[in-house]
Design a protein around this ligand. Structure first.
Ligand code: AKG
Ligand code: FE2
Length: 366
């Protein structure tokens, strides 16, 4: 039975901030062994989509891209890697990136710092609770959109804008330095990948960089914490959705939970060390006029170890109007399939809607 604990505290405190109950706090409360009913998430067990397969059970393996061949490979290796990236973006909207340019020690340090943030006292984190990330640059929260979510998700998060202007919470100590270095390295990695992606679309190497105004592009770190959940089959960490932006470079703490939808089936992505999980996001789908598909994904929870994932969103500048690349269009055989929209307006649309599948992307589809 779901417990009747009050799920969220919505009164303003005397400093004007609206505090909320984090799932970390809930999960650590004494004798906590059933979730409040507001967290119950039901999927239809008869729906074929609900069959979840492990990564090594499917005949069609998740594509793996060796980044070193894109950057340092000979002509043939580079050409093949660009072709493989294009195929992965088209068929999966997802790939695993190995041999990349971010050191294992920096990735581990970043994961440790994110844990240290979530382990701060609630009052230190709640300073960032009432913000909106596009305006204030740091937002700490729970679920997705507490005021709009029909049911709550088993997830706490912090989102931090790190480009074009770098922001960081003041605590924990060392967070700022580590996240600055991690942000710089992942931004460079994302831009290099987008060069390969431009070429894979038959466009000039800097096409995406220039048209998406990446000199002032948006980079956001979005860290998710999924504490142990006593009834994991009843709850969901993040529901099926696709991300805004061009690419999402995801890492995690060695605990699995990410599932991607491929050809109508959910695939469990095993925990990977020292790799980036690269997710094609909505703005790459739009600019490629649907040739590349943003991947629908979700985060399952467990009653074992705490899971943490850290997404790095590589996105157009907030005032870029993202529309299908005219170079890829043809009035008869390939007319524009999406209307143009400013990135900031797209983010607001996502923020103010329920997170579900491609519901936001569908609003700009013609
Ligand atoms: O935790 C995960 O693996 C997925 C996180 C995610 O989808 C997101 O941050 O957008
Ligand atoms: Fe996501």
């Amino acid at each position: 039975m779901a417990s009747t604990l009050p799920p969220q505290v919505n009164q303003k405190s005397n400093n004007g901030i609206t505090p909320f109950t984090s799932v970390k706090t809930l999960s650590e409360s004494p004798d906590f062994n059933s979730i409040p009913s507001s967290y119950t998430y039901t999927t239809n067990p008869h729906d074929e989509n609900e069959i979840v397969a492990d990564q090594d059970e499917v005949n069609d393996p998740i594509p793996v891209i060796d980044y070193s061949l894109l950057i340092n490979g000979n002509h043939d290796q580079r050409t093949k890697t660009i072709h493989d990236i294009g195929k992965a973006c088209e068929e999966w909207g997802f790939f695993i990136l190995t041999n990349h340019s971010v050191s294992k020690s920096l990735m581990e340090k970043m994961v440790d710092q994110v844990f240290a943030f979530f382990n701060l006292k609630e009052e230190d984190k709640q300073v960032y609770a009432d913000k909106e990330v596009t305006d204030d640059s740091i937002k700490y929260g729970t679920s997705f959109n507490v005021s709009g979510d029909k049911n709550l998700f088993w997830r706490d998060f912090i989102k931090i804008i790190v480009h074009p202007k770098f922001h960081s919470p003041d605590k924990p100590s060392g967070f700022r330095e580590t996240s600055a270095e991690y942000s710089r390295k992942t931004w460079k990695l994302g831009r290099e990948l987008l060069k390969g992606i431009s070429e894979s679309l038959g466009l000039e190497v800097n096409y995406i960089d220039k048209t998406m105004n990446l000199d002032s592009g948006l980079q956001m770190l979005a860290a998710n914490l999924y504490p142990p959940c006593p009834q994991p089959d009843l709850a969901m960490g993040m529901p099926p959705h696709s991300d805004h932006g061009l690419l999402n470079l995801l890492i995690q703490n060695g605990v699995s939970g990410l599932q991607v939808l491929h050809n109508g089936k959910w695939i469990n992505v095993s925990s990977t060390s020292n790799c980036f999980l690269v997710l094609v996001s909505d703005h790459l789908e739009i600019m490629s006029n649907g040739k590349y598909k943003s991947v629908v994904h979700r985060a399952a929870v467990s009653n074992g170890a705490t899971r943490m994932s850290l997404a790095t969103v590589i996105a157009p500048s907030l005032d870029t109007v993202v529309e299908p690349a005219s170079e890829l269009l043809d009035n008869e055989s390939n007319p524009a399939a999406y209307v143009g929209m400013k990135h900031i307006d797209y983010m607001k649309l996502q923020r103010n809607n329920q997170l579900y599948g491609k519901s936001v992307l569908n609003k700009v589809k013609i």
